[in-house]
Write a protein that binds this ligand. Structure first.
Ligand SMILES: [Zn+2]
Ligand SMILES: [Zn+2]
Length: 111
């Protein structure tokens, strides 16, 4: 599943940080392959915002590097689709419910 969380990357656990990063590359792969149905499906479910892909990739990579994770996958992407919208506040609530590791990070950031 492709999902751009778009929350503050410091709040993502390792798995969700690396997962969102990988999914950005997959999303761009779908765009390049012309898989429009997949892209519009994700967009309708509020999982992606193609206009934010490049900036989001830069943000995630900066956080990965800050944590000392490897990054060897430059992403060249010029958005011409401009589809989808992401609600990061709702995503933060969902991540917190879904993942104890993200929950720890979110709760300790609030103190
Ligand atoms: Zn990358
Ligand atoms: Zn997590």
């Amino acid at each position: 599943m492709t999902r751009m969380w778009c929350v503050d990357p410091e709040l993502l656990c390792r798995q969700h940080l690396l997962g969102e990063h990988k999914e950005l590359h997959q999303l761009v792969g779908h765009v390049r392959a012309g898989n429009t149905n997949a892209i519009h499906g994700h967009a309708e479910r509020g999982q992606i915002d193609t206009s934010r892909v490049s900036a989001r990739h830069r943000t995630l990579v900066a956080e990965m590097e800050r944590r000392g994770y490897n990054h060897n996958s430059p992403l060249e992407y010029d958005d011409s689709l401009n589809v989808g919208n992401v609600d990061e506040s709702a995503n933060l609530v969902e991540l917190r419910e879904r993942c104890v590791d993200c929950q720890d990070r979110i709760d300790s950031a609030n103190h």
